[in-house]
Design a protein around this ligand. Structure first.
Ligand code: FES
Length: 112
């Protein structure tokens, strides 16, 4: 099985390298590692608490976000031009070396 390496940058600026099998989402990986990325709706595109910011150098490597993802992202706190929902980014071999920033805060659209 091929491994995918992801570089996470925590809110305090700390960088952490993570390796995973291809086929998991950014949110699943973040949870496996115990990172602070909530994911309140468990990947159902109903909360935006899995918001991550993709490094500008890497953003074009990702498949384009769906309209539903874009709509939910509009509600995310601290939205940027390279924001994505972590539950919608599937880690594949093509994304090896992807760099992501974990936001300082998230807004939960599910109300809890
Ligand atoms: Fe809720 Fe991604 S986990 S939108």
């Amino acid at each position: 099985m091929s491994k995918v390496t992801v570089i996470f940058v925590h809110a305090d600026g700390r960088e952490q390298l993570a390796k995973t099998e291809a086929g998991v989402t950014v949110l699943q990986l973040a949870h496996e590692l115990g990172f602070e990325l909530e994911g309140a709706c468990e990947g159902n595109m109903a909360c935006s608490t899995c918001h991550v910011i993709v490094d500008e150098q890497h953003f074009e490597r990702l498949p384009v976000a769906s309209e539903a993802e874009e709509e939910m992202l509009d509600l995310a706190l601290g939205l940027t031009a390279t924001s994505r929902l972590g539950c919608q980014v599937l880690l594949t071999k093509d994304l090896d070396g992807l760099k992501l920033y974990l936001p300082k805060a998230a807004r939960n659209m599910m109300g809890f």
